[in-house]
Design a protein around this ligand. Structure first.
Ligand code: NZQ
Ligand code: ZN
Length: 383
């Protein structure tokens, strides 16, 4: 196991009817900016609950943070925060709203905030924030990462810094009942791939991390399909909500190698062609596992045995079956796994390669061996 430092200060407030308690976690004299996305938070009553819970505090609101939040929109929110001398941010929505709010928290104190996202230079200050997460998927509620899209340049960039951890996160599984099936599936697949990116690399005797990761994968496989057929099954939603948080709160990735190539390449499919984040992962992961099967040989066999109970046949056969079953699971959740399924043109492969070069995103992978040639191979297989 590698050396590691693990730090996670986010308080989780989990369960039904917990929004009322946010008042206990925000200073009584705070000047609060509530941030939200499109219509869902208002339509399903979450905003009303939040407003009530905040009581007499000074509150301003900024709505309209889009999926894959835009730098341009977030700068407008930052302006509003400054004009109102806000000192606390409260995000109400999915990963895009929470990520966007982390960006506002940093932009409040940094004139050239985008430079920090692009160049990964540490920020020095950020507004405190909390969140009410309505979409179990990204893990953003309990991590310090924020992914933002800069429309003018076509970049979609992730940044993390400990100042960006939410102070608290309300996770009410009932809030996910209103999600359309597509977003339910996206959430399950995103969490699944988060686990894979931290698990399916090479062994370093990370036995605790492996067993945690395998527990999350098996749970997502069991419960994910149920969320589609039984949308108001509380136990299923609660289980998926906690899975999504644990998949990317730093726990399972501590002390082990991590990959993230599927995510970084996937972000280009979103910025160029507007695919949902999880759709990009479902398209890329099976091909990436195939192309990286030698590097990932031992862990792929472990994955085949422990997750898919594949014990017959030679190594190559078992690995191929495990990859095929992974693809089948994504399809079973209703997420297509080929670029052409989304109507992308054949020259998408080269357009994505171009982006990876322009934004300096190569090499990738836990061994940093996914260069232009290998990335092209992965993309061609994904088409
Ligand atoms: O905008 P509204 O009207 O709220 O609708 C949203 C949006 O259209 C809707 N929604 C959210 N909660 C709902 C709901 N609809 C009905 N009922 C509810 N309870 O769902 C749609 C998608 O929301 P979005 O927040 O975009 O989805 P998600 O949570 O999947 O977030 C995706 C973003 O997170 C980034 C992605 O790149 C993408 O930009 N990621 C962030 C990570 C992190 N911070 O650690 C890691 C991830 O790998 C990912 O990259
Ligand atoms: Zn993700």
């Amino acid at each position: 196991m590698y050396n590691f430092s693990y730090y996670n200060p986010t308080r989780i407030v989990f369960g039904q009817g917990r929004i009322a308690e946010i008042s206990q976690h925000i200073p009584a004299n705070a000047r609060v900016l509530i941030t939200y996305g499109g219509k869902s938070a208002e339509k399903y009553g979450t905003l009303a609950e939040v407003r009530q819970a905040l009581g007499e505090r000074y509150v301003v609101e900024f709505g309209g943070i889009e999926a894959n939040p835009h730098y341009e929109t977030l700068m407008k929110a930052t302006q509003l925060a400054k004009e109102n001398h806000v000192d606390y941010l409260l995000a109400v929505g999915g990963g895009s709203v929470v990520d966007g709010t982390k960006f506002i928290a940093a932009a409040y104190y940094h004139e050239n905030v985008w430079d920090h996202w692009v160049n990964k230079t540490p920020i020095t200050q950020a507004l405190p924030m909390g969140c009410v997460m309505t979409l179990p998927a990204t893990g953003s509620e309990m991590n310090a990462t924020s992914v933002v899209s800069h429309i003018a340049s076509g970049a979609k960039v992730g940044f993390n810094h400990p100042l960006l951890f939410p102070q608290f996160a309300v996770l009410d599984p009932e809030k996910s009942y209103t999600l359309p099936a597509r977003q339910v599936a996206n959430g399950v697949v995103d969490a699944f791939v988060h686990v894979i990116e931290q698990y399916l690399t090479f062994p370093v005797y990370g036995k605790v991390q492996d067993r945690f990761a395998e527990g999350l994968l098996l749970t997502l496989l069991e419960e994910g399909p149920k969320a589609l057929t039984q949308p108001e099954n509380y136990d299923v939603r609660a289980t998926l909500t906690w899975c999504a948080t644990l998949a990317l709160n730093g726990l399972i990735g501590a002390g082990v190698p991590q990959d993230w190539a599927t995510h970084r390449i996937g972000h280009q499919l979103t910025s160029l062609y507007g695919l949902d984040h999880a759709q990009t992962l479902a398209v890329l992961l099976p091909s990436l596992l195939y192309v990286q099967r030698n590097n990932k040989h031992e862990k792929l066999l472990q994955y085949a045995t422990r997750i898919w109970q594949i014990t017959e046949g030679d190594d190559e056969t078992r690995i191929s079956q495990a990859i095929a079953k992974t693809r089948d699971f994504f399809e079973h959740m209703g997420i297509k796994t080929r670029m052409r399924d989304y109507g992308l043109p054949p020259d998408a492969v080269e357009a994505i390669i171009h982006n990876l070069k322009v934004f300096n995103l190569l090499p990738q992978g836990e061994r940093q061996d996914i260069d232009e040639v290998m990335a092209r191979e992965i993309l061609t297989l994904s088409y």
